[in-house]
Design a protein around this ligand. Structure first.
Ligand code: GTQ
Length: 349
């Protein structure tokens, strides 16, 4: 590969001339912007231990009343991307949100799309476009772009969930904003995971004759996902991923335009090596304990911990328990990369 000219090789008066006209020569920057073979990555394979995060989040509950926070959230910021930028990966924002009994997080909508994955507690709920979704451990709740959402807590003890948003991308596009609204009137109960979209393979008949709904299902109950993983595990050869994607039940495609969601099981004592993927991802441990090897960095994790997989990382995940399964929830930007036409998978090494 040819050695390219540097900035320093150019006469200073020419460089000054370029600068004064808001111009920059490409060639000194070309290899950095479009590097050969593999992207340059600033994201680090960070691990956030729940044992560290939880007390700090509970402390925020004492220090900052909900009215002063609206959303009482600690963002998981990847130091490689600049702590203050609140980016777990270049496209994924992750926050840990606390709501105490009786508190409400007021109704709003915004251009970024969000999801919640419940970490602990019961009695929490999110209302999305008038549909009240209960929040039990491991449940996935979608609040897509432009949809009204508000949170509350009718139970006892703290409720904590993980938020994932495509905020870094939308913010970068200078397109991120929110609108506040009055509390939503409730439309239906129970939510549609219990009524219209009760089982995979069955949709309301009338949905056949009309355009596919963009977001027909807002809640994916963990109890059913867990059961489905255990059933799938019976039929997947040892060492291969037991992996289910959350999809739109009407289209069979990813739930949201930018971020993708999936659930991954590692059987007791097993180590699974996945394909190297071009997307970035954040992995949250719903249940179990193990060790991830991310490009040679060892991350030892337990229940409720969260870690980053940078783009193009070689990953192996080991379940350290000989008797309990390990269940992981994965957020990635594969849907965006597929739309942009460059999503890739390479054989595991
Ligand atoms: O719960 O609506 O972590 O609007 C960041 C922005 C949560 C929310 C976040 C939000 C929310």
């Amino acid at each position: 590969m040819a050695e390219l000219g540097t900035l320093e090789e150019l006469p200073q008066d020419y460089r000054d001339d370029l600068t004064s006209h808001n111009l920059l020569p490409l060639w000194p920057n070309l290899r950095a912007k479009v590097p050969p073979g593999k992207p340059i990555r600033r994201s680090e394979p960070v691990l956030w231990r729940y044992d560290d995060v939880r007390p700090l989040l509970l402390k925020a509950g004492e220090l900052t009343p909900i009215e002063k926070a609206e959303r009482r959230v600690l963002a998981l910021a990847n130091p490689g991307l600049g702590l203050s930028n609140m980016m777990a990966t270049p496209s994924i924002y992750i926050g840990m949100q606390l709501i105490n009994p009786g508190e409400t997080a007021p109704n709003h909508k915004h251009t970024p799309s969000a999801i919640r994955c419940v970490v602990e507690g019961s009695g929490g709920f999110t209302t999305v476009q008038g549909e009240k979704c209960p929040m039990d451990k491991g449940d996935l709740i979608l609040t897509p772009s432009g949809m009204w959402h508000e949170h509350g807590h009718e139970g006892k003890g703290p409720v904590i969930w993980m938020d994932a948003l495509d905020l870094p991308l939308v913010y970068y596009l200078e397109a991120s904003y929110s609108v506040e609204g009055a509390s939503q009137p409730l439309r239906n109960a129970p939510d549609s995971s219990q009524t219209r979209y009760r089982r995979a393979g069955l949709v309301p008949y009338a949905s056949l004759g009309r355009a596919r709904a963009p977001y027909p299902l807002t809640r994916y109950p963990w109890v059913e996902v867990r059961e489905s993983l255990l059933a799938l595990a019976q039929d997947v050869p040892a060492g291969e991923p037991v992996w289910l994607a959350y999809v739109n039940p009407e289209t069979g495609l990813e739930c949201l335009p930018v971020l993708g969601f999936s659930a991954f099981m590692v059987r007791p004592g097993e180590t699974v090596r996945t394909a190297r993927r071009s997307c970035s991802a954040v992995v949250h441990v719903i249940e179990g304990e193990g060790e991830a090897d991310v490009d040679g960095t060892a991350l030892v994790f337990g229940e409720n911990d969260t870690f980053v997989l940078p783009t193009h990382a070689n990953v192996a995940v080991a379940n350290r328990s000989g008797k309990n399964p390990l269940f992981l929830f994965v957020v990635d930007d594969a849907p965006l990369q597929r739309k942009l036409g460059f999503y890739e998978e390479f054989p595991a090494v």
